[in-house]
Design a protein around this ligand. Structure first.
Ligand code: SF4
Ligand code: SF4
Length: 134
């Protein structure tokens, strides 16, 4: 009995952390922002930027914008929103002046807490699945 309960808790935990998914759970998909495995940090040498916007065109995440102010050379320069950056490096590859450096980091894993109510609900789901399989 204890082993079955432990198995139920393990399966529920794996479902909760999306390590495994049952077909029934796929119907509850929502339009949440897509999770990124990699996160990027873009550093731009703004004094060397000419504001040509090639990098901006290459960025699929819309993470780059043109500044309102001017740099020492009199150009508007690029500013990065690192919250949107995936570290794909497209911007750095297209920049003719090589003023962009991209650093990649892994996205932080969210800590998942399971309340006693959710645990009970999970056990009920697993029990009904096991009953259907019999
Ligand atoms: S690394 Fe990729 S996602 Fe990040 S700013 Fe550059 S082009 Fe955009
Ligand atoms: S491609 Fe390079 S020079 Fe052109 S706007 Fe982007 S950072 Fe500036």
């Amino acid at each position: 009995m204890m082993q079955i309960m432990a198995l139920q808790v393990l399966i529920y935990y794996l479902c909760k952390t999306k390590t495994i998914q049952f077909y029934k759970m796929e119907t509850t998909k929502t339009n949440t922002p897509r999770e990124r495995k990699l996160k990027g940090k873009v550093v731009i040498d703004i004094q060397k930027c000419k504001g040509c916007e090639l990098c901006r065109t290459a960025c699929k995440e819309d993470a780059l914008i043109l500044s309102e102010s001017l740099n020492n050379k009199g150009y508007r320069y690029i500013i990065a929103n690192n919250d949107l950056c995936t570290g794909c490096v497209n911007c750095a590859l297209v920049c003719p002046d090589a003023v962009i450096t991209v650093y990649r980091t892994g996205a932080k894993k969210k800590k998942i807490e399971i309340t006693p109510g959710e645990l009970k609900e999970g056990k009920n789901i697993i029990s009904s699945i096991i009953a259907e399989l019999k």
